[in-house]
Design a protein around this ligand. Structure first.
Ligand code: NDP
Length: 399
């Protein structure tokens, strides 16, 4: 039996709390976040005796350490924002708590996300005998587990990886983001980047796009983006010749985004407004719908997967592995939409892997460095069934 602390009571925190509360491995759960009302609202909806709540500003290391010492969790799931990653990793080291997150660290004043800051903790976690699992949502997260599973069971060498992420849902709003608006817009407006033949190639934001077919959905225009799992997968699977990430956006979404950018509303540097410094993107966030508020009226599904090509027994192999998740089914089950659901479920499975001892090794790891099989065994039963298509023509055959 293990004690779990969840930090962050947004869309993903809600799913993590719901799913963790029904796992017998967790005896006590503390949901802590900046706004206690959000924690209490989630706890009331779940109605589990295991679950308690607390206020926490995770930018404040002393208060974070104090709360960790009081509750003494075995593992902390960080589903606050990427800005809090380092404080939470430091606090876990100080108190002796295992750590797991779903997004890599970003400095608030620099639209740059990479694993370097968190990978530097490896030796300290190793010496402390603690485990930190990085990027254990869906993408990053399941996409890394899918790739590791493909390598273990279907390939001798992986050469080409295309991660494809489609949201074919409709929430009825003119413009909204599916997870934290600030983090989401920073991700999409940055320069596009992919890996080819040992180099990172940069292209203007959203400048490369093509229609890609998604199971049960059909073709959707998909845009090449830089996504953080590319960095760790290229490092851990050195036979990769090319790795790319694609995400669907509607024309209306892109037009809204372009207008917001042209107006300067996606800027992350402070500007003077009547004598007060404000960051335009943070102001924009206050105007946009909260991702969790989209859930009630969301219809349609998401489809995320990995198209992989490489060699098996000296022959070329095409392989596709994916999950589709239905927004309204997620809402019926946990009161959240599919983006939050597909992030929260893997985070809970990752935490179970650590507290059960299966992924418990000292150091800081990305998911593809861990055994994919026990994780994949739980994925379907916890709500994210997955499917494989082997040796059929790939939409990426030509390029
Ligand atoms: P939300 O904005 O809905 O929730 C974030 C929560 O974190 C809010 O409850 C917020 O509190 C809380 N928070 C923010 N700052 C602090 C702080 N300093 N101390 C304590 N709590 C804080 O975001 P989501 O739930 O949509 O996303 C959560 C995380 O999941 C993000 O890091 C996101 O990048 C990641 N993610 C990962 C995905 C993946 O597949 N790997 C996909 C989608 C999301 P308050 O309510 O007071 O603002």
């Amino acid at each position: 039996m293990a004690r779990l602390m969840i930090v962050g009571a947004g869309g993903v925190g809600n799913v993590v709390a719901h799913k963790a509360a029904v796992q017998e491995e967790f005896s006590e759960i503390l949901l802590a976040s900046r706004t206690i009302e959000k924690c209490d609202h989630i706890a009331k909806r779940i109605g589990s005796k295991k679950l308690q709540t607390a206020t926490l500003d995770a930018d404040d290391i002393n208060n974070t350490i104090k709360l960790l010492k009081e509750f003494r969790p075995d593992i902390l799931i960080n589903v606050a924002l990427p800005y809090q990653d380092l404080v939470l990793m430091d606090a876990c080291l100080e108190v002796g708590v295992n750590y797991l997150d779903t997004a890599n660290y970003e400095p608030p004043d620099l639209a740059k996300f990479e694993y370097s800051w968190q990978w530097k903790y490896h030796d300290r976690y190793k010496e402390a005998g603690l485990t930190a699992i990085l990027g254990c949502g869906f993408d990053p997260g399941v996409t890394g587990v899918f790739t590791a599973y493909a390598l273990k069971h279907h390939f001798d060498e992986i050469h080409y990886l295309d991660i494809v992420d489609c949201n074919a849902g409709n929430h009825g709003q003119a413009f909204a983001t599916n997870f934290n608006p600030e983090i989401n817009i920073r991700e999409i407006t940055q320069v596009g980047r992919y890996y080819e033949n040992g180099e990172w190639i940069e292209v203007p934001p959203l400048s490369i796009h093509r229609p890609i077919p998604y199971p049960e959905i059909g073709e959707k225009e998909s845009y090449l983006l830089y996504h953080e799992e590319l960095e760790s997968l290229v490092k851990h699977i050195p036979t990769l010749k090319r790795a790319r990430f694609w995400m669907t956006f509607s024309q209306s979404y892109i037009t809204h985004l372009q207008v917001l950018e042209n107006l300067g509303l996606t800027r992350i540097d402070p500007v003077d407004y009547e004598g007060t410094k404000i960051v335009p993107l943070k102001f924009l966030k206050t105007l946009l719908p909260e991702p969790s508020s989209l859930a009630a009226n969301y219809t349609g599904q998401t489809s995320i997967g990995c198209h992989i090509r490489g060699l098996k027994n000296g022959k070329n192999r095409n392989y596709y592995i994916y999950n589709n998740c239905d927004h309204s089914k997620a809402y019926q089950e946990v009161g959240g939409q599919a983006i939050s659901y597909t992030t929260g479920v893997p985070a809970v499975i990752g935490a179970l892997m650590v507290v059960n001892g299966i992924w418990k090794k000292p150091g800081v790891f990305n998911v593809e460095q861990c055994d994919p099989d026990p994780f994949m065994e739980l994925l379907g039963s916890l709500g994210l069934p997955w499917y494989e298509i082997i040796d059929r023509p790939s939409p990426f055959e030509e390029n």
